[in-house]
Structure formats: C-alpha cells, structure tokens
Unconditional design. Structure first.
Length: 270
C-alpha cells in the first residue's frame, strides 16, 4: 500500500472537505442501492456511480488511482475487495461489497458497504451483521490516547474469538486526507496498547474485511480483485472518521444507505 507523509492532524476546514466527500460517497452508495436487483451488472452500477459523482462537481476517487480502471470496487460473494466491475448479472442470494471514493477540493472521501440480494442464507446474514458490529466496535476505540492496536484488537476479538470468522491480514484501513491512503495503517487485528497513537483531529478509514472461512486470500489474474482462497464469502464495511476528544465523529453516513436498502424490495437490510 502506498502512503503519503507522516501522520498529521487536520484543520477544521480540511475536515469539512473530507466530510463533504464522504457524504457524497454515501449518497452514491445509496443511489447504487436503489438500483441493485437480480439481472443488473457491476458495469451497470459503475456507470451510474460515475455519472452521479461527476454531476455533483466531483470526480471518482479510485478511477485512475494506481491505474485502477473503474469508479467502484465491486466485490461479490468470495471476492474480498478491489473487484473490477464486470458484466455478469447478479442473482438472488449474492452479497456484493462495494467500495466507493470521491475527490473534490483537494481531498478524498471513502466508504464501503456490503449489500445482500434477498433471500440471504442465515450464515451469510450473520457474516454481514458481525462485520458491521466489528466496524462499530473499532470506531468506539478511536479516541485520543488510544492506539491503532486497540482498534484492531476490538475488531479481531469480535470476529475471530467471539464469532469464529476470519480477519484478512494483508489488507488494512488507513489514514485519509489529501491522499486516499495516508499513514497510519489501521489493521483489523492487533494487540491492545500497540501501534501508532491516535491524536485529536486525525482522520482515518476503518474497514474490516471478514471471511466466513479461512483468512487466506488470493489475487485474480486481472491484477486487482482479491478473493478468499477457500472460496468462502467475505464481507466489507468501511467508515471514514475523525478522532475527537469525546470520541470518533463519523465523516461517512451509512444511515442514508440503510434507508435506500430498506426501500429496495430486492435487498435485505442487515
């Protein structure tokens, strides 16, 4: 992973730009949620997302970055992250992890959400639910004086020790600002009290990537898409946050995505 300069607290103006971008990301994901149904393709969704982002005076944050070819990372079923949108239609029972980024006013936005086309098997529903819970537990640890390891421990403990799922080791969260990926790395595993110290007004993206089966992954020949090695389903939820004295403040907003999911008869709200 490529990172920018050393860890730096953001100004309120910079945080405002980040929040503007993260809100647009979530509005984009909410729009995408309204279109997901059996028969639609990843390429269809990618086209909708890019048109919407550009209509808001922003540009896709991922497209062209590190030569990634699309606006959205679309990773269905056993794909973990970084999936290139394809023209294979989605079907009932599919889960679809979608990661979106925008870039405007010199700053990025970043968030991800795993959608489920109903009906969803109970073990898969549990995977998504546990991943969302783990994200919140990690966010709860993001306060001044805590360390990156405290976030990772909270996520890992809930996913692996409590619920017997697996945390991907090679893929991590990150700082976010004028670069999409800034220090520090935010692993979804770790030990309490270890790693970089969290400081007020630092901005980070927390994004557990959780496999139903084993933690090992493999890369597709396309050079981007990451799959579980054993073919088991994987879930991915992400929030960008700012560390405040009183705790984490969300820059992204999954509630507007949830509302769109709830209004789509083809999707299961988990």
């Amino acid at each position: 992973m490529v990172f920018g300069p050393k860890i730096r607290a953001k100004t309120e103006e910079e945080i405002g730009y980040l929040k503007e971008n993260c809100l647009l990301v979530c509005e984009t994901l909410a729009l995408i949620a309204s279109h997901i149904k059996p028969g639609i393709t990843g390429m269809d969704l990618d086209e909708i997302a890019e048109e919407f982002i550009r209509s808001k005076g922003s540009v896709p944050g991922f497209k062209g970055l590190y030569d990634f070819p699309a606006t959205l990372c679309i990773s269905p079923n056993s794909a973990v992250v970084h999936g290139i949108p394809h023209n294979q239609p989605f079907s009932e029972g599919d889960i679809i992890s979608i990661d979106c980024g925008t870039y405007k006013n010199g700053f990025y936005g970043d968030a991800a959400y795993t959608f489920a086309i109903a009906p969803v098997k109970p073990p898969v529903e549990k995977l998504l639910k546990v991943t969302r819970q783990a994200l919140q537990l990690g966010i709860d640890m993001a306060r001044p004086g805590k360390r990156v390891g405290d976030i990772g421990f909270a996520i890992q403990n809930h996913c692996e020790r409590v619920n017997r799922f697996s945390i991907v080791r090679q893929l991590v969260g990150h700082g976010i600002g004028s670069k999409l990926h800034e220090p520090p790395e935010i692993p979804n595993f770790g030990k309490k009290g270890r790693g970089a110290k969290l400081i007020p007004n630092m901005t980070i993206a927390i994004e557990p990537m959780v496999n139903m089966g084993r933690k090992e992954i493999k890369q597709d020949p396309d050079g981007w898409t990451i799959y579980t090695r054993d073919g088991s389903p994987s879930a991915h939820f992400e929030h960008s946050i700012v560390v405040r004295e009183e705790g984490a403040e969300l820059l992204s907003d999954h509630k507007i995505i949830d509302e769109s999911v709830k209004n789509n008869e083809f999707l299961a709200l988990i």
